[in-house]
Design a protein around this ligand. Structure first.
Ligand SMILES: Cc1cc2nc3c(=O)[nH]c(=O)nc-3n(C[C@H](O)[C@H](O)[C@H](O)COP(=O)(O)OP(=O)(O)OC[C@H]3O[C@@H](n4cnc5c(N)ncnc54)[C@H](O)[C@@H]3O)c2cc1C
Length: 452
């Protein structure tokens, strides 16, 4: 029996949680998929965002990605960036793919809303995404990326879970160094379980180590922090959620010994000797859920380092239509890109939420929608096809096959062309198609393996 879904070739850009899930959903129904990723390994924020103390979660999620990509119907093409190595319009219009899925995530930090502040990036100001990337990788013996500063007394601007991770990084790094100066060897994993406990063991306070700790500035209150994904649809749920948020923050404050400054928004910068040395904040009040600045409440906070962690947005890609900071997609289940009937976006690139499960769920929903509506492949067809395959009922399968829109099947030459083009791209980075061997060769050195 011929599996006609094999006459479709679908491109997925980004091979991480969302991209690999889409590839898996398509591949298991017989569609052929090319997964392109700008990096050598397709792990995205699992490798470069999720801080490295989540080593078990990271390994589990990367194993899941591996399983989905290492599929006979999936062709992995590493080291190819859409917009740099291949042109979006060319791929979408000329390569002949039946559909193009964008699972490129959210890699750009939302700009800190202070005029001219980006002139001071790496001169007192850092953004969360490159900062966490550096933290996750700088221990590797062959790390050649940019290095970032760590200083006591830094300020973090944020309020979500990722900003708490940045605070943890600063506290862990500064305390580890200060302990080392006192001849005490510890490690990141021990400190992550609670800086308070480690200091207690050695009978030290933060002050004894000569440290002040960093400060987290948030524009709302502790009870407003987006720290839990529990739904809030009633006043009772809101009260509960607010109590949970406060408890989560209190727990973090107790374990990691930083300071919290609620209801402050940065409005102006302080520059000295070509470096950002301070921010001027304005106090807010929260009225009916809205942030309302209070006049005449400015205060200056000086710090050796500022890290902005106020959210991530998709990197814009040349040729992809955007609405401000997001791709211009239809807000229905398919997230179809405006102006293209064969391009869809999924995962962090559209959800705006930094969450593994949400990225995966969104990706599955969009992939199924794309198959149903665009490739005219219904779940019922799949079940029938499976049954047909099992029992060999040729007639039944023929009926199902007729239900799939034949005019969209790709001619053999187009498939051949895609195979050739993608193979050339694979060759460029030295990838021979053996995915497990590629992972083994390129997996970064893990900190846990370097410790005693
Ligand atoms: C500090 C931090 C802590 C986090 N903690 C948690 C947590 O505890 N629990 C949790 O559930 N989630 C957490 N997350 C969020 C979670 O990691 C992400 O939501 C999820 O991994 C996103 O998956 P994705 O596939 O949608 O996007 P990504 O992982 O961003 O994948 C996008 C992929 O596309 C590739 N790509 C990008 N642009 C291009 C291009 N132009 N061409 C080709 N390829 C491209 C990238 O290389 C990448 O592989 C955290 C995130 C951060 C930053």
């Amino acid at each position: 029996m011929e599996n006609l879904s094999g006459h479709h070739f679908i491109a997925v850009f980004g091979g991480a949680v969302a991209g690999s899930e889409a590839a898996h959903q398509l591949a298991k129904r017989g569609f052929r998929v090319v997964v392109f990723d700008q990096n050598i390994l397709p792990y995205g924020k699992i490798e470069d965002g999720l801080p490295k103390w989540h080593e078990k979660l990271r390994d589990k999620e990367e194993a899941k990605i591996n399983e989905k990509i290492d599929d006979p119907n999936v062709r992995f093409v590493p080291g190819v960036q859409l917009g740099r190595d291949v042109d979006f319009e060319d791929v979408a219009k000329n390569w002949g793919f039946t559909a193009v899925l964008l699972a490129t995530g959210a890699w750009r930090d939302r700009p800190l809303p202070v005029a001219g502040i980006d002139d001071y990036v790496k001169k007192g100001l850092y953004y969360q995404n490159p900062y966490v990337y550096w933290f996750n990788h700088y221990h590797e013996p062959d790390y050649q990326g940019p290095s970032h500063e760590i200083k006591d007394g830094a300020a973090v601007i944020g309020g979500g879970l990722a900003s708490l991770d940045v605070v943890k990084i600063l506290m862990i790094e500064t305390v580890q160094k200060a302990l080392e100066q006192k001849g005490i060897k510890t490690n990141m994993f021990k400190l992550e379980r609670g800086i308070d406990k480690v200091l207690e063991t050695h009978n030290f306070t933060l002050g004894d180590l000569g440290l002040k700790g960093c400060t987290l500035f948030y524009r709302r209150r502790a009870i407003d922090m987006p720290l839990s994904s529990a739904p809030v649809t009633s006043p009772e749920q809101l009260v509960k959620a607010q109590a949970v948020r406060q408890k989560i923050l209190d727990n973090f404050l107790r374990k990691y010994l930083f300071k919290f400054e609620p209801c402050w928004s940065p409005v102006e910068k302080v520059i000295e000797d070509e470096r950002l040395t301070g921010l001027i904040f304005q106090k807010n009040e929260i009225i009916d859920g809205k942030v309302v600045p209070i006049p005449d409440t400015l205060k200056t906070f000086k710090a050796p380092l500022f890290i902005s962690s106020i959210g991530s947005i998709p990197e814009m890609i040349k040729g992809i239509p955007a609405n401000g900071q997001v791709f211009r997609v239809n807000r229905d289940e398919s997230c179809q890109l405006e102006g293209y009937d064969n391009v869809f976006a999924l995962g962090n690139a559209v959800t705006g939420r930094g969450n593994i499960v949400e990225s995966q769920k969104h990706s599955k929903a969009v992939s199924l929608e794309v198959m149903d509506e665009h490739l005219h492949w219904q779940e019922a067809d799949y079940q029938d096809w499976l049954r047909g395959t099992e029992s060999g009922i040729r007639d039944q399968v023929n009926v199902i096959v007729d239900r799939i829109e034949r005019k969209k099947f790709m001619p053999k030459e187009v498939i051949e062309d895609i195979l050739q083009k993608t193979e050339a791209l694979q060759r460029k980075v030295g990838y021979d198609g053996n995915y497990p061997a590629w992972v083994e060769k390129n997996l970064p050195t893990r900190l846990e393996d370097m410790l005693d």
